[in-house]
Design a binder for this molecule. Structure first.
Ligand SMILES: NC(=O)c1ccc[n+]([C@@H]2O[C@H](COP(=O)([O-])OP(=O)(O)OC[C@H]3O[C@@H](n4cnc5c(N)ncnc54)[C@H](OP(=O)(O)O)[C@@H]3O)[C@@H](O)[C@H]2O)c1
Length: 245
């Protein structure tokens, strides 16, 4: 493991992931729509690849020579030209296509908590944010179908606080909505977990939620996670599906 490409590198989580990767001695390439801003934000040691996930031609060579990719893309507008459909729908698929063409051997994808939860609150939340979970699921499906070995990380609400203790990787516990929405997970934990997984073959084929409050180091928790083929589907269909477009 020597080189990692980060898509969404200038974002809240992407910037932390980049910092963590550099601290691990890895070389980083960053995709951005604004090269000048990215250089200012990320520093000279990060290689900048100007491009836009909505324009596949701009992604040529994005993954060339890379040992892993971190997909930490996001939209803050949810609607419009760079909304959910463009970014989580088409954009993620375009990025995966480019990474596959460049034979990148592992992609770590930042998704969202809630996809498998049956909750009216999450259904309404999704509806309000232009079918947020529908598009997040589309993105996850594209990751699984891409042919690239993957890890999918589903954090709860981001919290702007320093990381304390360990993050909690979760596949089975019924953690409460209040804990997810009100307490959230430190953005430092999210960025660090993405960077950690990028270098871990035992993260491949695993999907897990991410909270604060873990009781063991990441490596130990990751080893205990099941691969997707061994994980049972949620017993009840999530309610956001009722409101899907
Ligand atoms: N907020 C929460 O509590 C929460 C919880 C769980 C999951 N999430 C998910 O986590 C993800 C990341 O969140 P964040 O807050 O770190 O996002 P953010 O700060 O808004 O950053 C978004 C990143 O995406 C890149 N981007 C956006 N559109 C692009 C395009 N068309 N082409 C190329 N790059 C593009 C931006 O790069 P440039 O501007 O440099 O091009 C930027 O680096 C989101 O998908 C969000 O849904 C959020």
């Amino acid at each position: 493991m020597a080189r990692v490409v980060v898509i969404g590198a200038t974002g809240r989580i992407g910037r932390i992931a980049v910092r963590q990767l550099l601290a691990r001695g890895l070389e980083v390439r960053a995709l951005t729509r604004d090269a000048e801003r990215a250089r200012q934000l990320l520093g000279a040691e990060v290689e900048v690849h100007p491009g836009d996930v909505r324009r596949p031609a701009s992604l040529a060579g994005l993954g060339k020579g890379m040992d892993a990719a971190v997909l930490a893309l996001g939209t803050r507008s949810y609607y419009g030209k760079n909304g959910n459909a463009a970014v989580d729908g088409q954009g993620v698929a375009h990025a995966l296509h480019a990474l596959h063409a460049d034979q990148v051997p592992h992609v770590v994808h930042l998704s969202a908590w809630g996809l498998e939860r049956r909750s009216l609150f999450l259904g309404l939340f999704s509806l309000l944010l232009n079918h947020y979970f529908y598009w997040k699921e589309r993105a996850e499906r594209a990751v699984r179908a891409s042919g690239i070995p993957y890890t999918i990380v589903r954090p709860v609400e981001f919290a702007r606080r320093p990381a304390q203790g360990y993050p909690l990787l979760n596949q089975s516990q019924a953690l409460s909505l209040a804990r997810a929405a009100l307490r959230g997970v430190s953005i430092e934990h999210v960025g660090a977990t993405l960077a950690f997984c990028a270098a871990r073959p035992d993260a491949i084929s695993k999907t897990f939620e991410l909270f604060d409050g873990g009781a063991a180091p990441l490596a130990e928790q990751l080893a205990a996670m099941k691969v997707d083929s061994e994980r049972s589907r949620p017993p009840r269909t999530p309610l956001w599906g009722l409101f899907s477009p």
